[in-house]
Design a protein around this ligand. Structure first.
Ligand SMILES: [Zn+2]
Length: 365
């Protein structure tokens, strides 16, 4: 493991405001918990059931190609819904009260093709602790083809990233499942190695679950249905493309746009702001809010609440956000919210902005 000092956040007096918000939020959650528990449990059972039903439908009625492809498209949609509502909560230990139950539930992610062990580290220990900090936020750090951080390593190909990246986005999950997970395990220069040494057993699980996933998603339908390999692969691609596009709308909008900062630690590894203010300046909420975003999309639009309270389940975020808004207004702190379309336009702007090195001298230094 590389010996590196983690960035340290400043103490700037804003901690007092955060303490007050925390008190109000935890009191509110205690009050609402009994009536919301049913919704939390209902989702935990319903959504995986829909995924399995879609898969069984594909196997049972897939002779009709339109049924087969539609079922895989639905599985792609369910993959994202399960990820947002259930896996994401389970890695934060908020899906169930018992920790072991959360840890067990996370294996659904492996069954759907992603490695849960590495994502939990990427997400909870890196992205949540250091959002938008280059070299530490591994959720933002994606393929070397994308230069999302303004201070990121520049190569000539980035000049065209605003053109080719949107075209590559449908392959986002294909890269995640079949390339990125393996890179994190085998390339010790990857960010995850700054905080963990991967145990051997995880390598075994990585291969076993990936093989199991590819077997049931591609090979088994080929064995039981009168379809060609090309058709089996097409269905797999339909699932991945659908999931990639929906997942990216949600993942890009709260962080990776021009309205957010991408601060770097100084030479002594100190961050300019406190952890609390860092979240307010590097995360934004999304305006779209309705029954669909709350029930199916895991309240992704309330992302500031999630960053300040990752240990609180998303069913409480509408009320938690009201508290954050009130306290931010009365203490002159930012609370930023944009329409989804604006965040996507600003993401495109960010890609365009970062297609050139900020300072031409930095490139050669
Ligand atoms: Zn999270």
């Amino acid at each position: 493991m590389e010996k590196l000092t983690k960035p340290v956040f400043a103490k700037d007096g804003s901690e007092e405001v955060f303490r007050r918000i925390k008190q109000r939020v935890y009191a509110l959650v205690r009050e609402l918990e009994p009536e919301r528990r049913l919704e939390i449990t209902l989702k935990a059972i319903l959504f995986p059931l829909l995924y399995v039903t879609a898969y069984c439908t594909a196997l049972a009625y897939g002779r009709d190609k339109s049924v087969y492809y539609t079922a895989y498209c639905i599985m792609g949609i369910m993959l994202v819904i399960i990820f947002l509502n259930l896996i994401h909560e389970a890695v934060h230990n908020t899906l169930f009260k018992r920790k072991w139950l959360n840890e067990l539930y996370i294996y659904f992610f492996d069954l759907m093709g992603a490695n849960s062990y590495i994502w939990k580290i990427r997400h909870t220990r890196l992205h949540h602790n250091y959002p938008n900090v280059m070299g530490w936020d591994s959720d933002i750090e994606q393929s070397p083809l994308a230069r999302v951080f303004p201070h990121g390593k520049f190569s000539r190909v980035h000049r065209y990233q605003h053109i080719y990246l949107p075209l590559l986005y449908p392959f986002f999950l294909l890269n995640w499942l079949l390339v990125r997970d393996f890179k994190d395990y085998f390339n010790k220069k990857k960010v995850v190695w700054k905080v963990v040494r991967i145990p051997r057993i995880e390598y075994v699980k990585l291969f076993l679950f990936k093989l199991l996933f590819l077997f049931y998603i591609i090979v088994l339908p080929k064995l039981v249905l009168p379809i060609t390999w090309l058709e089996a692969l097409t269905a797999f691609c339909i699932m991945i493309f659908t999931a990639s596009i929906i997942a990216l709308l949600v993942l890009i909008s709260p962080h990776a746009n021009t309205e957010n900062e991408f601060p770097l630690p100084d030479a002594d590894n100190r961050m300019e702001k406190s952890w609390f203010l860092h979240q307010l300046y590097n995360t934004n909420d999304v305006k779209e809010d309705n029954w669909f975003t709350r029930f199916f999309m895991g309240c992704f639009n309330y992302h500031i609440a999630h960053h300040l309270f990752p240990n609180v389940h998303h069913v409480f975020y509408p009320e938690v956000t009201r508290i954050i808004q009130e306290e931010a207004a009365s203490h002159n702190l930012p609370y930023r919210i944009y329409p989804l379309l604006t965040t996507l336009k600003n993401h495109y702007k960010l890609l365009k902005q970062n297609r050139m090195p900020e300072n031409i001298f930095e490139e050669t230094m």
